[in-house]
Design a protein around this ligand. Structure first.
Ligand SMILES: [Zn+2]
Ligand SMILES: [Zn+2]
Length: 286
């Protein structure tokens, strides 16, 4: 009998302390995407290869959040250093505390952050999440920490301070390195290697009450890239990125795709079945 009580106690402790470990197959109840800044007058051919050279657009800087009870998964971490964003046309930056309060989430609640790749606009905000572990492709971090500094093309949009911070966090046991595809890396969370934009760009798919949602980040800049098979304007290997479009179409399995920088998601959310819920947030699933 004493053993039975001990087992029950252990189970209760696990349920309180490790919700991710016992959440089993329960789907995520909400997915939101938050636009925290824009890049103004970004050249269109930087998004869609072959677009007219003289056209430009304002592109959203965004990250997405999946919630299931007390489990909060953040997909990409944005940036905090506005001086880095300024030369790229960064504007309209929103402080994270206010931004996340629009969807009722505090920064401390975020326990896991997937990092799609190491460009400053996706990884520069990691310091804002003190309780989080960070999930990234092993090759993305290894390349940035080793060979990348000696390759002038690969270095574009990567900040030394971000790489060093992530290496430090890895030493502190706060980084989970992924090798390629890993379905179920967390309950209801699948990650996939979809390279081309960078050497280890990662797509994240979550199981939700409304079906599968896949956040491709910059593996797909805009819906037009993947729908019309238009290569990314900025890619370390454009043909490999197009191969990743094919993989993403397969792994989507009829679900909802969230690209990295599509303005229409935020300006016309209804067209995609999304809903504007606050000044900076749209609901993908609610
Ligand atoms: Zn990028
Ligand atoms: Zn980006």
């Amino acid at each position: 009998m004493r053993n039975a009580y001990a087992r029950l106690f252990t189970l209760l402790v696990l349920m309180v302390c490790a919700p991710w470990a016992v959440a089993a197959e329960r789907p995520f109840e909400q997915v939101y995407c938050l636009k925290y800044a824009v890049l103004e007058d970004y050249p269109l051919d930087g998004m869609l290869l072959g677009a007219p050279r003289d056209e430009s657009i304002d592109i959203p800087m965004a990250m997405c959040v999946a919630r299931r009870g007390s489990d909060v998964l953040l997909m990409d971490a944005g940036y905090v250093n506005q001086a880095v964003a300024a030369p790229w046309g960064g504007a309209g930056y929103v402080d994270y505390r206010a931004l996340f309060s629009e969807i009722g989430v505090s920064l401390d609640q975020v326990t896991h952050v997937t990092l799609s790749h190491l460009h400053w606009d996706h990884v520069g905000g990691i310091e804002r999440f003190p309780n989080a572990k960070f999930i990234i492709q092993r090759r993305e971090l290894e390349y940035a920490a080793g060979a990348m500094p000696h390759n002038s093309v690969a270095r574009i949009a990567v900040e030394k301070t971000d790489v060093l911070e992530l290496v430090k966090l890895n030493w502190e046991d706060r980084v989970i390195l992924v090798e390629g595809d890993h379905e179920g890396i967390l309950p209801g969370v699948d990650v996939y290697l979809t390279p081309g934009h960078t050497i280890g760009t990662m797509t994240v798919c979550v199981a939700t009450v409304k079906g599968r949602v896949c956040y491709t980040s910059d593996a797909v800049y805009t819906y037009r890239n993947i729908e019309e098979d238009i290569p990314l304007g900025l890619a370390l290997d454009a043909s490999l990125a197009v191969e990743s479009f094919k993989k993403i179409r397969r792994l989507l399995r009829g679900g909802t795709l969230i690209p990295g920088h599509d303005p229409a998601m935020f300006t016309r959310p209804g067209e995609f079945g999304f809903r504007k819920v606050s000044e900076h947030a749209i609901a993908i699933v609610e």
